[in-house]
Design a protein around this ligand. Sequence first.
Ligand SMILES: *[C@@H]1O[C@H](CO)[C@@H](O)[C@H](O)[C@H]1NC(C)=O
Ligand SMILES: *[C@@H]1O[C@H](CO)[C@@H](O)[C@H](O)[C@H]1NC(C)=O
Ligand SMILES: [Ca+2]
Length: 312
Amino acid sequence: MAKLMLLTLLGLGLALFRDHRASYQARLNAFREVKPVELPNCNLVKGIESGSEDLEILPSGLAFISSGLNYPGIKSFEPDKPGKILLMDLNEEDPTVLELKITGSKFDHSSFNPHGISTFTDEDNTVYLLVVNHPHFKSTVELFKFQEEEKSLLHLKTIRHELLPNLNDIVAVGPEHFYATNDHYFVDHYLRSWELYLGLAWSYVVYYSPTEVQVMADGFDFANGINISPDGKYVYIAELLAHKIHVYEKHANWTLTPLKVIRIQNILTEEPKVTRVYAENGTVLQGSTVASVYKGKLLIGTVFQKALYCEL
Ligand SMILES: *[C@@H]1O[C@H](CO)[C@@H](O)[C@H](O)[C@H]1NC(C)=O
Ligand SMILES: *[C@@H]1O[C@H](CO)[C@@H](O)[C@H](O)[C@H]1NC(C)=O
Ligand SMILES: [Ca+2]
């Protein structure tokens, strides 16, 4: 009898497992045909070979690029080297990248593992760069002051908080104030895998300031990129495994009210305002994560590989 029970449980377990495997593959878009959409004039950015997971372009045309991410389960071409922040001046004819020197005595360069980044420009035009960092696979936010003359980043502060355990991306709304996505709920590797596999959708978004830290949105199946509209009124959150972009209204008290959801699955049929400007089957770019536009040019980043610069 005990054996029968055991077998029944095993059978049920296997059925559940198979069910979940199918939906897991669908959530990951594992079997999808990519129809190419080409742009006339694209060039790989020289000097980027080990990732450009996130990037941001200042109104002046200076782009910051985070490179060298080491993330569990994802390929890395330079797993033993620290990551870096690259600078690219998009006003140049044929722009190249330069690694920004990091200064400041309290910063441990050897374990630098940059992920999402965001800038904040103060009233006096000081540019702060906020960087999600995973030293030894933990999560911190590093606050830097950009020193344009010296082409360097002065490290000012490391921010850690129990509500910031699994950071992916941030969007700065002040020098030490930001919204951040936690792409998982659990910290433990084993529990994280199950959380992802079962699609628990426990990933969440936090508002952080030196005086207040609060969960502002939750229930995401892997909250990934986050950004804000140029007028500062709306916050956008990409829910990776649900293939959605959520639009929130941001209030004066920093709370977020959901406004609408843009489904990305069938962008060619559903929302006519969404245009696919570039698509490629992996021969040129693999694992693209981010793109931004400056003066009619498009800069595309990838998790662990190259970056592409195209004319739109
Ligand atoms: C925050 O502001 C919004 C809009 O004014 C309001 O509806 C909400 O109740 C406020 N929440 C808190 C916690 O104060
Ligand atoms: C990917 O696209 C390139 C260029 O369009 C083509 O040459 C190549 O055969 C494609 N590869 C696959 C696996 O579809
Ligand atoms: Ca970002």
